[in-house]
Ligand binder design. Structure first.
Ligand SMILES: N[C@@H](CCC(=O)N[C@@H](CS)C(=O)NCC(=O)O)C(=O)O
Length: 225
C-alpha cells in the first residue's frame, strides 16, 4: 500500500498525521504545497481545499482526525482506547484541540490588542480545562500514548517557538499541562514531525500577518538587541 501525505510546512493539522506516521514508523511520501498558491491538482483532490490529505493508493482521505484513526487502524490500532466510552471521549478532546488550534490562529493573526486578548484569554481558559482533565500519568490517557497526544502536540510546538516567547502556559497554575507539553516536545516523533526550518517559517508567517502579536514580539526583541 502506498501512502502519500500532502502537507503545508507550518500546518498543525498535517503535523498530527506526521506524528502518527513517525511514531508508528510507517513508510510514506510527503509532498509540500504552498497554501497561498495551491496547485490545481490539489484543489481537485481536496474537497475543502485543505491539508492534510492522505492518498492511499488511488484513494483520497481528508480531515486530520480521520486520517489519524485510519493510520492507527492499519498498523495495529494501539493508539486508541479499546473502551468505546473512553474512545468517544478522546475523539471529543481531539475536537477540543482543533478548536484550540483555531483560536491560536485567530490570536496570532489578530491585528489589534482587543482581538489578540480575546483569543489569548480563550486559549488560557481552554488550557485550564485540559489541566483539570489530565491524570497523573505521562500522557493524555495516563500510561498509554494515544491519538489525543498527537492532536495536542502541534499546539504545544507552536506555543514554544522563539524560546517560549509566545507561551500561554503558566507552570504555577497548569503544572500538568506544563509537564505534558515538555514530554511531548521531547518525543522524537514530535520533534521530527516538522521540517528542520519550521521555527523560521513559523516566525516568517506571523511576520507576514503583521499582527498585534508579531508587533509586540518585534518590539520586545529589538529592546533586547
Ligand atoms: N479540520 C481540518 C482542518 C485543516 C486545516 O484547517 N488546514 C489548513 C492549514 S493548517 C488549510 O488547509 N487551510 C486552507 C484553507 O482553508 O483554504 C483537519 O483537521 O484536517
Amino acid at each position: 500500500m502506498k501512502l502519500h501525505l500532502i502537507s503545508f510546512k507550518t500546518c498543525p493539522f498535517v503535523q498530527r498525521a506526521a506524528i502518527t506516521l513517525k511514531q508508528k514508523n510507517v513508510a510514506h511520501e510527503i509532498t509540500y504545497i504552498d497554501l497561498a498558491n495551491p496547485p490545481d491538482w490539489f484543489l481537485e483532490l481536496s474537497p475543502l481545499g485543505k491539508v492534510p490529505v492522505l492518498k492511499v493508493d488511488g484513494e483520497v482521505l481528508f480531515e486530520s482526525a480521520v486520517i489519524n484513526e485510519y493510520l492507527d487502524e492499519i498498523t495495529g490500532g494501539e493508539l486508541q482506547p479499546k473502551d468505546p466510552l473512553l474512545r468517544a471521549k478522546n475523539r471529543a478532546w481531539i475536537e477540543f484541540a482543533s478548536n484550540m488550534l483555531g483560536n491560536s490562529y485567530l490570536m496570532k493573526t489578530a491585528t489589534d490588542k482587543v482581538g489578540y486578548e480575546k483569543y489569548r484569554d480563550l486559549i488560557i481558559t481552554q488550557l485550564q480545562r485540559v489541566e483539570e482533565r489530565l491524570s497523573d500519568g505521562d500522557w493524555f490517557n495516563g500510561d498509554d500514548f494515544s491519538l489525543a497526544d498527537t492532536a495536542f502536540a502541534p499546539f504545544f510546538m507552536h506555543n514554544s517557538v522563539a524560546n517560549n516567547a509566545f507561551s500561554l502556559i503558566d507552570p504555577a497554575t497548569m503544572p500538568k499541562v506544563d509537564a505534558w507539553s515538555k514530554r511531548l516536545l521531547a518525543l522524537p516523533a514530535v520533534k521530527h514531525s516538522v521540517v528542520p526550518e519550521f521555527e523560521l517559517l513559523y516566525l516568517q508567517r506571523i511576520e507576514k500577518f503583521n499582527s498585534y502579536m508579531w508587533q509586540q514580539y518585534a518590539a520586545e526583541s529589538s529592546n533586547h538587541g
